[in-house]
Design a protein around this ligand. Structure first.
Ligand code: FE2
Ligand code: FE2
Length: 277
């Protein structure tokens, strides 16, 4: 069994500042770290799918180091559009995979238990949308061809699909068609995991399941109407748990950061028999 937690879109700020004036993202990220450390069984690793900082500010990476140092499991990082890949790599020189690839690209291959993780860098300096570029696509194709029998998760910040939230679709992965071609060719890809949309969303790309994780901070409002404004809210912060066994393949669970009321036992009443629940 291999268990990977995916958290995303932390949008950390310099100490004392809130994100967009009202989202206390540093505190929300600390709360997520506590939730992950309390898990039993503990995940084998945590993957953070980008937007770790809010404005790619060096002070935000100092905060990121402080907060993420609290995690009691290996940490795998990659850039989002709010990050500066070079600063992120410099802030986490010991992060697995950060010794691979160019110093301004967070792309690498790693093994986590039975799963292979391929992290991509879809960030484009100064832009909200993402691209991988031909070099990185060719590298990905080769990396997949090198281990066709190892179940693999591909991690990238920008979703390679359109989700119907128009203002987010405008800044998705712009070379998603090229990415889809590569996905079609490699049967071992068990999941494509993304962030960016600050909502839990599922789709497919090149015949593979795409799982876009909710944020551990604020969420993007579910707005499927054309022309709907870009807004966020405080729907429950959540993360994904990717659970792999040879028998079931990869199963993705949603877990909430905050504790909910309960648990309660299933109970039908005194003397009442109940076939199940
Ligand atoms: Fe984000
Ligand atoms: Fe993003």
């Amino acid at each position: 069994m291999t268990l990977i937690a995916q958290i995303t879109d932390l949008h950390l700020k310099p100490r004392g500042l809130a994100c967009y004036r009202v989202s206390e993202t540093n505190k929300l990220a600390e709360r997520a770290v506590e939730a992950l450390n309390a898990m039993d069984p503990r995940p084998d690793a945590v993957v953070v799918t980008g937007d770790i900082a809010d404005q790619g500010d060096p002070r935000e990476y100092v905060v990121a180091r402080e907060i993420l140092a609290g995690l009691q499991m290996p940490l795998f990082l990659l850039s989002g559009n709010h990050d500066d890949s070079e600063l992120l790599k410099a802030a986490f020189p010991d992060a697995p995979g950060f010794d691979q690839g160019p110093k301004d690209r967070t792309r690498y291959v790693a093994q986590i238990g039975d799963l292979r993780l391929i992290a991509l860098d879809s960030s484009v300096p100064g832009a909200g949308h993402g691209t991988l570029g031909e070099d990185q696509c060719a590298w990905l194709d080769e990396a997949l061809a090198a281990a066709p029998d190892v179940p693999t998760i591909i991690a990238l910040h920008h979703p390679p699909i359109r989700m119907g939230i128009h203002h987010m679709d405008a800044i998705n992965l712009h070379d998603g068609d090229r990415f889809a071609e590569i996905m079609e060719r490699h049967q071992q890809v068990e999941r494509i995991i993304c962030g960016h949309d600050h909502r839990g969303i599922v789709g497919t790309c090149g015949g593979k399941v795409v799982a876009i994780a909710p944020s551990v901070g604020h969420q993007v409002v579910l707005a499927l109407k054309e022309g709907a404004p870009a807004q966020f809210n405080f729907e429950p912060a959540a993360y994904y748990l990717h659970h792999w066994t040879p028998e079931s393949g990869l199963i993705t669970h949603t877990a909430y950061v905050e504790k909910a009321d309960g648990p309660y036992p299933f109970w039908a009443g005194e003397g009442v028999s109940w076939p199940g629940y």
